[in-house]
Write a protein that binds this ligand. Structure first.
Ligand code: ADP
Length: 313
């Protein structure tokens, strides 16, 4: 395990996934074809990815005082995550995502924040010391925005690196953006934040430049199977991804973020870290689900080695 310390601040959700032939109309009841409960939430997914891929990670989050929440917390521990800052909230449910998936693979999702809403700036105060001493803090936007803003400010003031995965997309203040060191939107989120639709490389650099202008040194726009646009100190390049047979892309971005920061904390340079993140992201799309599809570090290292060998042959 890495000696550098990572804090992930984020959400925990129990995903209830029901496959249906078609979406029900208002007032209609339909019978589903397949039902599954799985652990999710962008925060938990990224904490699991970082933990499984070798980071020394502490998770700041909250679950409800229900069986699912308590089991979830135990599961996080088995991925080497320090969960002393995962609160169990009385009288509250663990966050829930109700997901309907139709035959075309489209989804309809309704979320209940539940215990995630208890991750307030006051709650964060208890772990202020941990943030100031950590090497990096990784966040997304499923926790109350005021908490994300406070964590970013505190981290920046204490030279803790701030990585923001701005998902799901929402409007962000210039003050928050000025506290971010690395931002990792996908194409949709980059468009939401900058108003620029990413079609060409010029579009990607223009969007990255707008984010640089807000004070962010490193902008990584993930481009699905195409890889990522990586712009640092105003200079952008495309770092291509890996070609794999995709089964489902759920959690690809979360795995990418978890591996990216793990590799950076190991001392890899930016391009190398993105390369590792692509390998982990690509492996994750070859399996179904979010946390279930996060590879182990050995799988990532073996995959990278096999790519090097096939390039030499
Ligand atoms: P998100 O999951 O947040 O929408 P992306 O779709 O951009 O983000 O994917 C994030 C990363 O996951 C990509 O940069 C790439 O490394 C990897 N990835 C996603 N989809 C694929 C794919 N079909 N094949 C290979 N790698 C993929």
């Amino acid at each position: 395990m890495n000696s550098k310390k990572l804090i992930v601040l984020g959400s925990v959700n129990i995903d209830h996934i029901l496959n249906v032939n078609e979406f029900p109309k208002p007032g209609e009841t339909l019978t589903g074809t397949h039902y599954k409960i799985s652990y999710g939430g962008k925060g938990a997914n990224q904490a699991v990815a970082a933990g499984r891929l070798g980071a020394n990670v502490q998770f700041i989050a909250a679950v409800g005082n229900d069986d699912l929440g308590k089991n979830f917390k135990q599961q996080l521990q088995s991925d080497h995550i320090d969960t002393h800052s995962v609160a169990v909230i009385d009288q509250e449910n663990t966050g829930v995502a109700l997901i309907l998936v139709n035959q075309q693979g489209e989804n309809q999702i309704a979320i209940y924040a539940g215990a995630n809403a208890a991750v307030t700036p006051e709650y964060l105060d208890q772990f202020a010391d941990d943030i100031t001493k950590a090497d990096a803090v990784l966040m997304q936007l499923e926790t109350p925005l005021a908490t994300v803003e406070q964590a970013a400010k505190l981290a920046k003031q204490n030279n803790t690196q701030v990585i923001l995965n701005p998902a799901p997309a929402q409007k962000l203040s210039d003050e928050l953006l000025a506290h971010v060191d690395i931002i990792t939107p996908n194409e949709t989120e980059a468009e939401f934040l900058t108003g620029i639709k990413i079609i060409t490389e010029q579009d990607a650099q223009q969007a990255a430049q707008l984010l640089h202008d807000k004070g962010i040194h490193t902008v990584i726009i993930t481009l699905g199977s195409k890889g990522a646009w990586v712009s640092h100190a105003q200079n952008g390049v495309i770092v291509p991804g890996f070609r794999v047979n995709a089964v489902d892309t759920i959690g690809a971005g979360d795995t990418f973020n978890g591996m990216l920061i793990t590799a950076l904390l190991e001392g890899k340079d930016l391009k190398q870290a993105v390369y590792y993140a692509h390998a982990a992201g690509a492996l994750s799309v070859t399996k179904a689900g979010a946390q279930t599809s996060v590879p182990t570090r050995k799988e990532v290292d073996d995959f990278i080695q096999s790519q090097h060998l096939s390039m030499r042959n």
